[in-house]
Write a protein that binds this ligand. Sequence first.
Ligand SMILES: Cc1ncc(COP(=O)(O)O)c(C=O)c1O
Length: 406
Amino acid sequence: MAVYNDFFGPYGGRYVAELLRGPLDELEAAFKEAMDDDGFLKELNRFGKEYIGRPTPLLYAEKASKAVGGADIYIKLEGLANTGAHKINNAAGQALLAKRMGKSRIIAETGAGQHGVATAAVCARLGLECRVYMGSEDIKRQRPNVFLMEMFGAEVFPVESGSKTLKDAVNEALRDWASSSADTHYLIGSALGPSPYPDMVREFQSVIGKEVKAEQEKRKLQVRAMVACVGGGSNAIGFFEPFIHSGTPRLIGAEAGGTGPEEGCHAARMTGEGRTGVIQGYKSRFLFDGDGQVLHTHSISAGLDYPGIGPQLAHLGDTGRIEFTSVRDDEALEALRFFASNEGIIFALESAHAGAAGLKIAEQYKPGEAVIINMSGRGDKDIFITAKALQRDKWFDFLNEETKNG
Ligand SMILES: Cc1ncc(COP(=O)(O)O)c(C=O)c1O
């Protein structure tokens, strides 16, 4: 039976305008009731199997392990889920819940676009109207994902306020929800926001960790460490969930170290100078400037480029149950290249941060001991960034040819 926290130590909570209290109360009641209903859990399970492609494999990365010469490295391949990343687990759970609540319209925010794509796909499948709020800057940077969302029939709504990125998209979505909650569900994409979202997103993502645990028992793996990247924290908390309350294995979260530790050059809230604050309805650790304004962050991976972290992860970081480390852009690119050439797998840039951290952790153990890396998504979506970074000239020649022919 799941435990719902609302608060995680000093973090979490529900700091919202009066207008949003009613919709959040309604959502919390519906979520708890659904999680106690075998019918709902069966439907979710069937959706996972037939539409998402669950369970995703746990791959023994033999060549990579031999190259490192330390622990046996295993990779949980969430990138093989439909639409290419773990985001679909949560999108499916919340959309099925919304349908059960009698809502006909879904709104979502997206930054990198992966959550938007997952939400749009699930809405197409379930026959729900879908609007995705996206900063106009992100629309420019993530054109392939905008195309996919539109293919699925979603309306991608450009947000022109603020820095025209993810946090501005969240503000617009909250504004919409305040006036539309009678027929609309707001489908938040990470394990953050006002309660019950952090609890709800963790539960829908915990399928990742449950599958890992089943494989661990089946194969009798001596798991010493598990490593996941942390943007808002949904893939990490879902991957870690079944292991949090036991003392082992070590749980390690990889944050974006960007181009270096200087202000504005990274998104390291736990390993950098994150401070406690309340933003967008929840209390957690955020990156602020000296005037208390939310800082601009940087990461080569759009999905880790976020100034806040989910409240449960912040708390587990404070208590020491989760260790945090930061990985720079160049280290993530190197890990991407390493797993591509050794295992034939292209990590998403976000997951490549976990890959880089996992390789370092694996060095601390020996064969027969296991380190498991969560590949939260695959790298198809990043081709415009990775090809430019790794094969600049060839990529520009190709793009030039395409525009000439176009
Ligand atoms: C593949 C992938 N991994 C990780 C993330 C980071 O999100 P979270 O920390 O919520 O898992 C994203 C976000 O877009 C993503 O697309």
